[in-house]
Design a protein around this ligand. Sequence first.
Ligand code: ADP
Length: 543
Amino acid sequence: MTAGLMQTPPLQIIDILKFAASAHARREIVTRLVDEPMWRYTYADALKRAGQAASALKRLGVAHGDRVSSLAWNTHRHFELFYAVPGLGAVLHTANPRLYDDQIIYTINHAESSVLLFDRNFLAVVERIAPYLKTIKTYVMLTDEARLTPGTVGALGYESLLDKESTDFTWPVVEENLGAFLCYTSGTTGDPKGVLYSHRAVVLHAMASGLASAFGFDAFDVVMPCSSLYHATAWGLPFAAPINGCKLVFPCDKMDGASLQELITSEGVTFSGGVPTIWTMYLAHLEKTGETPGSLQRVVIGGSAVPRAMAEGFKKKYGVRVLQIWGMTETCPLGVIATPTPELAEAGEEAMDEAIWTRQGRMQFGIELKIVDEDGRDLPWDGKNSGALLVRGPWTIRRYFRKDIDATNEEGWFDTGDIATIDAAGFMRITDRKKDVIKSGGEWISSIDLENFAVGCPGVKIAAVIGVPHPKWEERPVLVIECHDGVELTEEAVQTFLEPNIVKWWKPDKVIFASVPLTATGKIDKKVLRGRYSDVLGDVLGG
Ligand code: ADP
């Protein structure tokens, strides 16, 4: 065997911050906080404080391989933990505060964390769940001494812990396949499942996501992650931004349109990312106030399908480019990203926009895709055949945390639970989640496509389509619509809007106007809607 003769340092997450602290030392990190003034410092300062945090956690008994949980918003302190905990060789479990208490308890117990660090406005939740947490020994409130309220859990204050530590922590060398982040899926079916990201997966994912063919970062970018740090590491932005020397702006928990607009204009944000609901609120704010997004150039949107009307509105009205991504907790989470290609550009700008707005994204180096039929046979990449979407690669899950069997088949393919088409250029389009697809008269109706058309109807804020049992057709689509504030729509108006866009048999059997429930990760909660409306076609069918 002729071995390569190059160096093999482990890919370690802390090296990203060490690099930024040296190559982009004065680039800023700016953050809103729960109830403190804005905080502003540099990558060089962040590395020192991450070292103090690591030192403090070590003093609290956190050792190599241990788990630590956070219940926190998008702030510089949470960012510091993103480096301090893996840098120690421990694992950061980012608990999702939008889960039900029982699920938060489940994930922290499942992680067997010894320390829980939380933002001040989670004190009530923490006090409520503390009696059920089996392994937490120390509670730390992410605040300064003046604002510390220890509560019934006797929380220590983060700032006073850091104050006691020196800023030149000696980071241990950690093995690149060691676990670094423990992210749980939202558990829409069954208990949440733990996905344990390794240092290697996180670093490779961060290097790939900043590329010109992906997010396209450079040192002039000002990046504001509006995807949550607790949900799949905010799409890896806390790593991709420092690698590229981008300024980071954290919005804390204030994701409403007015608050985001204020940060975008005051900090010169060029790039942001978040789920569609955040951008619906943001666009509504611009519409209402007549303001414009100023410095904002690109917005990456994913987690749910990006309504075509949203991508078009951003571009045509404000000159902001929408980059749709598809991914999941199990893929760290970036899977594909919709960026232009020379072949598409040949067809002209309008055709290119259309192609990009109607697809989830194009395959990226590092994540292989394929679609298969019900017998597991490969389907062609013709943009028409749809099948189960399988993925594999260095940042795709192999096995869930504490499970005995692999989550992949023998060849390493992971079944995403999504149904998709792929075209000859490698553009992938999700038509549905397997469990949401509507089976009508032996054919499939794509709930995502129908929602996408319906949300283009003026006045519609959220459109959700579910399959409701039907004696003749097995299932028929029912459309649930939440309107923008102060708007009233009729079923007839919505059906008239849909008619030219869809084939006849896709026409919803009923349109319901109601508020649409969202899951802990901001997706439409179809389980709740199916439960609520399972017999609404009773009236349509005459009892
Ligand atoms: P959850 O815990 O809410 O399931 P994930 O982020 O892991 O959180 O969800 C991943 C799923 O979200 C994907 O399998 C897919 O169904 C959906 N999804 C993500 N991005 C998109 C997108 N751009 N378009 C349509 N669906 C998407």
